[in-house]
Ligand binder design. Structure first.
Ligand SMILES: *Cc1c(COP(=O)(O)O)cnc(C)c1O
Length: 456
């Protein structure tokens, strides 16, 4: 590029003060403080200059649009609320479980006011953090005590650090797994200070493998939910009850990372049996850990439940303070558990409403979207997934709205994601589709408005 052209290019770039004075920038700036607006304008002007010098075509309107987009992002809720059309119910990239309306409002109430978090209202004395959750969990699972921490990864780390530091923990080779997102059982064990002893083979592990591995240095046997993969075919693993009997007889603990934290029977919905927290504890597991935001259907949290004296020892460990949950999470977990206590979990908890939504209702709902779009879309049979590491490989029959637009699939999916109410779709065949099972009931109108704008 010649110096002459460079000079022309640079002269064509509007000054910072000209950009700040433009009507579009002033409107987008709203009440953002002046320094921040100037920063954004300078930054975008700088990028624009670099792009031009690198040979890009100049268009001042593009520069202004980039500034306006950044200024409006500064004032929008983040992360953005989206419509989940993927058919994956506990979708990690989309924030896992949406909570119930009652849970959201309990969390907002707790967050925006003082609460009796560690004050006994009857006596005025200090104490009682998390007591309500413990009481609810006792009713629902038989656990003597429950401790709530930041997430399940923290729960497992804390449990092992408190109960097995500098001692051995025996794990089946088929369960020394990576769950995803950096959670690998061997690494977590090492970080806790415990020593991993792997037994059995990838596909078959017997009770005697565990029995042979127990030494004077063994603190615990650990079970880990296989979560997001399945070993099928020629497999074997001992039952919880067999391992519990072995652990008792040899004076070691039986610990479990249950993953999803299921409280309800999954079989009525055509799914395989997902072990519940109550079943683990009834079978004799001493401590079980689970996530709050998978099948439990609450906010992000880790739950540590089981024998009172063990949970109390875990709660006294210095790491417990580092990973404890805040008042809004405690309020959210309590409100979520209250749905189970009232027997209304299927109706009120979004994850369970999705799982239990009858196929006929789904068919009617997705058909009504297709008619509202008048010939631009049709209904197809699909399969939804639970996701979040629960029930790997299990599919729920579902219905999707398939868009018949004569448009490139990638660009249509992108324009749905970039809509004012972003829609995250899936590809069915070679078409863009919205799985009805994961679209929340209150989002129907917004979904239709977005689709009309994208394909109409
Ligand atoms: C999801 C999962 C974890 C991690 O839980 P977070 O709540 O994401 O920290 C750990 N173990 C198992 C078996 C899981 O399924």
């Amino acid at each position: 590029m010649s110096d002459g052209r460079n000079a022309d290019v640079l002269r064509s770039i509007p000054s910072v003060s000209a950009l700040l004075g433009s009507l579009e920038v002033r409107q987008a700036a709203g009440s953002i403080v002046a320094e921040a607006v100037t920063y954004v304008v300078r930054d975008e002007q700088h990028r624009y200059r670099s792009a031009l010098l690198a040979g890009a075509d100049g268009d001042v309107q593009n520069l202004i649009e980039a500034i306006v987009a950044r200024l409006s992002a500064l004032q929008s809720p983040a992360p953005r609320v989206v419509i989940n059309g993927t058919g994956v119910i506990v979708q990690t990239n989309l924030g896992r479980a949406p909570v119930s309306a009652a849970t959201a409002s309990a969390m907002a109430d707790a967050a925006s006011a003082y609460v009796a978090l560690e004050t006994e209202l009857a006596s005025g004395r200090r104490g009682g953090r998390g007591r309500a959750v413990s009481e609810l969990m006792r009713l629902l699972t038989g656990a003597e005590r429950t401790l709530v921490v930041n997430n399940n990864a923290a729960a497992v780390l804390l449990m092992l650090a408190a109960l097995a530091f500098d001692r051995e923990v025996v794990v089946s080779r088929g369960e020394a797994v990576e769950i995803g997102g950096g959670f690998r059982v061997p690494d977590v064990l090492r970080q806790s200070g415990a020593r991993l002893v792997e037994v059995g083979t990838t596909n078959r592990t017997y009770e005697r493998d565990f029995a042979d591995a127990i030494t004077d240095d063994t603190a615990a046997l650990l079970r880990v939910h296989a979560s997001n993969f399945e070993i099928v075919g020629f497999t074997a693993s001992p039952s919880h009850a067999d391992l519990a009997a072995l652990a008792r007889q040899r004076g070691v603990l039986l610990l479990e990372d249950a993953g999803s934290g299921c409280l309800l029977d999954t079989e009525p919905f055509g799914l395989a049996h997902e072990p519940t927290l109550a079943e683990s504890l009834a079978a004799g597991v001493d401590i079980v850990c689970a996530s709050g935001d998978k099948l439990l259907g609450g906010p992000q949290a880790g739950l540590i439940l089981g024998k009172a004296e063990l949970v109390e020892a875990i709660a006294r460990h210095p790491l417990a303070r580092a990973v404890r949950s805040d008042k809004a999470t405690l309020a959210g977990i309590a409100a979520t558990l209250q749905h189970y206590v009232r027997g209304e979990a299927l109706r009120e908890i979004p994850v369970w409403r999705s799982i239990s939504m009858p196929l006929d209702d789904l068919e009617r709902r997705v058909s009504s979207w297709a008619s509202a779009l008048g010939g631009l879309a049709h209904v197809e049979k699909t399969a939804a997934l639970i996701g979040g590491g629960a029930l790997p490989g299990q599919r729920l029959p579902s219905r999707a709205l398939v868009l018949d637009a004569q448009r490139d699939v990638e660009s249509l999916a992108e324009s749905l994601r970039l809509s004012p109410m972003p829609v995250v779709s899936r590809i069915v065949g070679d078409k863009v589709a919205i799985d009805g099972r994961t679209v929340l009931p209150q989002q129907d109108d917004q979904l239709l408005a977005t689709l009309r704008a994208a394909i109409g």
